[in-house]
Design a protein around this ligand. Sequence first.
Ligand code: URA
Length: 177
Amino acid sequence: MTIEERISNCTRCRLYKNRTNAVPGEGTYDGEIVFIGEGPGKKEDELGRPFVGRAGELLDELLFVAGLKREDVFITNVVKCRPPDNRDPRKDEKKACLPYLRKQLEMIKPRVICTLGNHATSHFLGSGGISKKHGKVFEKDGLTIVPLYHPAAALYNPNLKEVMEEDFKFIKNKILT
Ligand code: URA
């Protein structure tokens, strides 16, 4: 079974009960960079694809700023099934789902992991502080992590969009060159 099939058939935590589709992630396994969000939302659950709602439209714009297309990167989430009513994923759900993310990172071996928002960031770097950590480079357990604001945050706070654009330019000019 492929990893996508394993994720799509997964019953390791309660989130499978309400899902329409699991969202394993998509993009290239041969790229240099992986983007990791928190978990699928309503549209992602409907389509089985990551970041296809409004936050995804913004992510596409930001990828463009970095000179990237979706097919150049891999996009996934900490949890692969939608938490009901978009609540935060629980600790046990994240723990149950973690082996899939680990396996994906093992397969891709990205040069850089961009965590989108506090959830994904705290998973790698400990809790809190996205406002201080965003746009900086962290080395942890042999991985290079660049925390970024979650695109959904800029939908609520348009001032953040400019900050995010700067961070994506930083990725283009300082990380990927
Ligand atoms: N938000 C996320 O964190 N992930 C998605 O896939 C979509 C929205």
